[in-house]
Design a protein around this ligand. Structure first.
Ligand code: NIG
Ligand code: FE
Length: 443
């Protein structure tokens, strides 16, 4: 066969292959290493994977060949929980926290999320796109090829729609594929501080039906202009709620999730980020949510319920790290119970401004007691599952998108062992080289 790209002689090719679906329990220890591995991509899709000698027998001609000797090749990383679209920054709050103020104190005093809401309302679409694109570029440089992206810094109709529009523009123009989430229930907007239920009414009766019906047309082409995808995408695939003291209580969370489900959206919940647990996990599981995220204060009985379900557990280790807190999601426990564990950056201007999934893996191996293999599976195949994309991305398997990362090191475990530096050499998105020698080649 004739292929567009052949990567061969990788010291190790780490496939994270699952044969379909997410990984649980002992399977998390298996990352599917092929020594002296090769992968071939045609028209954006993986067409052969295996030892170099075998793949070469099947490939007659390759338009481009990369020799990955001395390097480890892993799937493109998937970041399944991001607030990457925002305007401005909150560096002054960081200093307040370093000096002793808590995140919830700042939030309840009208800072925190509401500060970013003010800045995001004031920014026009172009500004929002430009500021966010820089962060997406940094994510790509650190190996992320697919990410979820939430609204939630508007909390009014115009700005929430502007944020979803920014996600659309970036999804179309940036190599990272974005899975859009409507997070109108991220905080109580200033206009509704004394009447939270009225804001929930507004979300349930007005915003959710409107957002659920918004679609846009997309067409994707490969390097030669062949159409590789054509169809409609929803402006928001998921609806998410921040269920927390000072944000939305359990009953309000239920109303919002029910409305979203009624209108055909998939569900996600920010659950148990802080103490005390409000009990969002059993609710989300009962409602068939795609994922529950954070899970820092989740009681063990709720982790058991979660582990029995098909709802993914998304841990965000950058958040306790960013807030200098000592409680982390009990990732080890979730895996041991048989749950579907994914990890994510939660990138946002308040709790975790970090674009790097390798940094999350470094933290997860230290504070969530994950092995390097578990951390990688949680950042690839299981992360893809958490955003409903594990049929297309998250592993190096025939039929999946040609999304992969070549590391500057011969063993993927260096990703967790070394931290705070970027070990990514090359990034390939849908068969196209988008980062080379650690530098962006597109956008
Ligand atoms: O996941 N908890 C709510 N949302 C974010 C923080 C957003 C912000 O502080 O701007 C989180 O930690
Ligand atoms: Fe979040």
């Amino acid at each position: 066969m004739i292929v567009d790209l052949l990567i061969q002689h990788a010291t190790e090719l780490v496939t994270c292959a699952s044969g379909g679906g997410p990984k649980r329990g002992r399977d998390m220890e298996d990352v599917g290493i092929i020594p002296d591995g090769a992968v071939a991509i045609r028209r954006g899709e993986i067409v052969a994977v295996g030892p170099t000698a075998e793949v070469r027998e099947r490939v007659q001609e390759a338009k481009r060949v990369i020799d990955a000797r001395g390097r480890s090749v892993i799937p493109g990383l998937v970041d399944p929980h991001t607030h990457v679209v925002w305007a401005g920054h909150r560096v002054h709050e960081f200093e307040m926290r370093v000096k002793g103020a808590t995140y919830l104190e700042i939030f309840q005093a009208g800072g925190g999320i509401l500060r970013t809401v003010r800045d995001t309302r004031a920014a026009d679409l172009d500004t929002l796109v430009v500021e966010t694109r820089e962060r997406l570029d940094t994510m790509l440089l650190h190996g992320t090829t697919t990410a979820e992206a939430k609204s939630g810094y508007g909390l009014d109709e115009d700005t929430e729609l502007k944020m979803l529009d920014a996600i659309r523009v970036l999804d179309e123009s940036h190599p990272i594929d974005l899975a859009p989430t409507f997070l109108g229930a991220h905080a109580i907007p200033p206009e509704y501080q004394d009447n939270v239920d009225a804001y929930v009414d507004f979300l349930v009766e007005h915003m959710i039906p409107q957002v659920a019906n918004l679609q846009y047309r997309v067409e994707e082409t490969d390097e030669e202009g062949n159409i590789i995808y054509s169809g409609y995408r929803p402006a928001a695939h998921y609806c998410d709620v921040f269920c927390e003291r000072g944000a939305f209580n359990l009953e309000q969370t239920r109303r919002i999730l029910e409305a979203a489900r009624h209108h055909g959206m998939e569900l996600k919940v920010h659950a148990d980020e802080f103490e005390p647990s409000l009990g969002a996990v059993p609710l989300a599981v009962e409602m068939g949510a795609a994922s529950v995220d954070h899970l820092v204060s989740t009681p063990d009985e709720h982790l058991r319920v979660l582990a029995q379900s098909n709802t993914a557990a998304v841990a965000l280790p950058g958040t306790p790290f960013g807030l200098a807190e000592t409680g982390y999601t009990r990732g080890r426990r979730i895996i041991d119970l048989g749950g579907i564990l994914a990890i994510s950056t939660d990138i946002n201007p308040g709790t975790s401004w970090c674009e790097s999934m390798p940094m999350m893996m470094a933290i997860a191996t230290r504070y969530m007691n994950l092995t390097p293999a578990e951390a990688l599976n949680a950042s690839t195949i299981n992360a893809a599952y958490a955003i409903g994309m594990s049929d297309f991305v998250g592993s190096i398997e025939v039929g999946k998108q040609g999304d992969l990362v070549i590391l500057d090191v011969p063993d993927y475990r260096f990703l967790m062992y070394r931290y705070g530096v970027n070990l990514v050499h090359t990034v390939v998105k849908k068969g196209r080289i988008v980062v080379e020698e650690g530098r962006l080649c597109t956008t």
